[in-house]
Write a protein that binds this ligand. Sequence first.
Ligand SMILES: *[C@@H]1O[C@H](CO)[C@@H](O)[C@H](O)[C@H]1NC(C)=O
Ligand SMILES: *[C@@H]1O[C@H](CO)[C@@H](O)[C@H](O)[C@H]1NC(C)=O
Ligand SMILES: *[C@@H]1O[C@H](CO)[C@@H](O)[C@H](O)[C@H]1NC(C)=O
Ligand SMILES: *[C@@H]1O[C@H](CO)[C@@H](O)[C@H](O)[C@H]1NC(C)=O
Ligand SMILES: *[C@@H]1O[C@H](CO)[C@@H](O)[C@H](O)[C@H]1NC(C)=O
Length: 630
Amino acid sequence: MNNYIQHLGLTAWRKKTSILLAASLLVLLILGLQFSQSEQEKAAGRNLKDKDLMESFDRDIALALKNVKFVELKPTKALNALDQRILSKLEQPSREEITMRKVAEENERSMHEIEKQLGIPFVNLDMKNPYVPKHRIVHFDLKGAPPKIGFLKKVFPLIKTLGATGILIEYEDMFPYDGILKNITAKNAYTVEQVTEILRLAAESKLEVIPLIQTFGHMEFALKHSTWSKLREVPDSPQALCPSRNASLDFLKEMVKQVMALHPRISYLHIGCDEVFQMGECEVCRQELHENLFLRHVRNVANMIHEKWPRLRLIIWDDMLRHLSQQSMQDIGLGSLVEPMVWVYAEDIYRFVQSPVWDKYAAVFKTAWTASAFKGAFGETLYVPDARRHLENNLRWIDVMSQQAQFFRHGLSGIVLTGWQRYDHFAVLCELFAASIPSLALSLLAVSRGYFNLSLKAPLISTLSCPEHGTTSRPSPFITLESDVHLWDKLGRCMFPGSPVFRLTYRLHNTESEVLDYLKMTVHHKGWMTAYNVKHNYSLPLRVDELTSDLPRIYHSLLALTRAAYDTMNEIYDYYTIAEWIEQRIYPYIIELEKIQNHSSILKNVNNWPSRPLPPLKDLQRLGVPLPEE
Ligand SMILES: *[C@@H]1O[C@H](CO)[C@@H](O)[C@H](O)[C@H]1NC(C)=O
Ligand SMILES: *[C@@H]1O[C@H](CO)[C@@H](O)[C@H](O)[C@H]1NC(C)=O
Ligand SMILES: *[C@@H]1O[C@H](CO)[C@@H](O)[C@H](O)[C@H]1NC(C)=O
Ligand SMILES: *[C@@H]1O[C@H](CO)[C@@H](O)[C@H](O)[C@H]1NC(C)=O
Ligand SMILES: *[C@@H]1O[C@H](CO)[C@@H](O)[C@H](O)[C@H]1NC(C)=O
């Protein structure tokens, strides 16, 4: 390089302008190299070799500038605008300007760096023209962990701020049914006053309310009772209603009547109709095709409702329609009765609802809804959602909606972000709503903006009341979804309503892995407290002591966790939900540890041991292993 600069000096007298250009470009190049170098250096943690390199670059720049000074700077008319600009830069290599450029460049670079660190799932969205669904509805599944009203009072404004336009309330047995339906109501159901209060709070936050009433499948909460078992499609299964009995429709009519009495001003009613696992099995239904059975029942229910509330728009889940023919749907006029809600909670939406199905829907219906998930979709026993997978599901829905909306005469109506609390009435609790607010916030922001990128940091951080990290204006990764899929790390210090329960799941996670490691080690891996040792009352007390030395500490952390669970959940959930959650999540581990404690005292109580061989297990005979020959 030095050679080149000398050469430059020698020829400078002859080709002033072009030399000037070349020199200045060189300077810019070197400056550029320096900037990128300093950036890399930061990333690499500044090692000695880089430092030497930096100093040599500094020398080169000084030299280059010195050499350039030899050139007589006499701007001529021939100098074009570019030359002028470069010259003026050379004449006044304003430190301020360089610093500004450097900062801008660094910021841009670190923005890219940060975007990468966020770990946002890539979905090829049209960033110039983001698609935003008209309605963004948050699902409240009350068949598990129904929240206290005080919690909803805080949650409604929060979801409104994040972009929600409404709520889908799935009451199931939490609705205060009365009269002949009294028995299908849970004993801890909301009262009429509480439902009214929920609706008032929703209205206060300007959230549209869509109640959901099951009318075909998932009728477990009602059909499980002996009073209503006669309406089952299959006598020993409470899952599905028999559509061929007049009493079934009377029963639904009463449910709708009671729900409508408390929701007089709604525009939409969701009538379920998903996962009708048992159809066409009873005496009467067996005579008919599944296709007709399903469609006829939907039509009967829709007509029954429209008779009294003709303007009410009815929504059904779409899964039972996926395999029906367009002709049969059109023959029955399904398009004027209901609107389908197309639900897919996995990432790859077209895998579950392929293009021909979309074409069919667009031909039959004027509009459709979609449903994504922010929790309750990736495992029945999870206790905190994988926010990254749910975000991807929602971003992909944006993509699919932007493609499909044009084919429906009235476009798509909106998206519901479902948040299942149980997979069905009989299942255990999955992720609690309070523990899923960070996941909901990400997905809701995404569907409300039509994209998810660094610019959503501010709304997320402020809505969730998160502490600002550092005081620099420099952008920093506010989430790191690749490594922090549950958001415990990045959003664990936020103070949104329910955040103590969110933090509790982190504590549960840590305690649980400690317990599981301990159990694995003690009863499976090590050789002195296995089922065999316990069964035969045969072990070495010294080893038993060793294996149980950690037990009291782990046991006490479970007890502390139980108390913390009660205290943090008490503000949000009723007693029964807290008790159920603790029994499902913590209690089994407490029992396991107590068993080990009991076994250890039994094993240590032995002072004299029998000769080997120990008596073989009699039960082995059942497996074809004969008794020993005497
Ligand atoms: C985020 O995406 C939006 C929409 O395309 C765009 O306007 C905005 O500049 C982006 N922000 C960042 C920080 O990338
Ligand atoms: C409802 O259940 C109660 C017991 O909880 C029972 O006494 C009553 O007979 C039931 N009523 C009807 C209508 O089935
Ligand atoms: C249902 O009711 C209709 C009249 O409303 C009646 O004609 C029909 O026989 C009834 N069906 C059964 C199975 O009771
Ligand atoms: C442990 O032993 C105690 C005292 O005998 C007993 O009350 C308890 O039920 C046992 N616990 C388990 C989990 O076996
Ligand atoms: C184990 O052995 C001790 C000492 O002989 C005895 O007291 C105890 O009852 C035995 N327990 C079992 C479960 O066999």
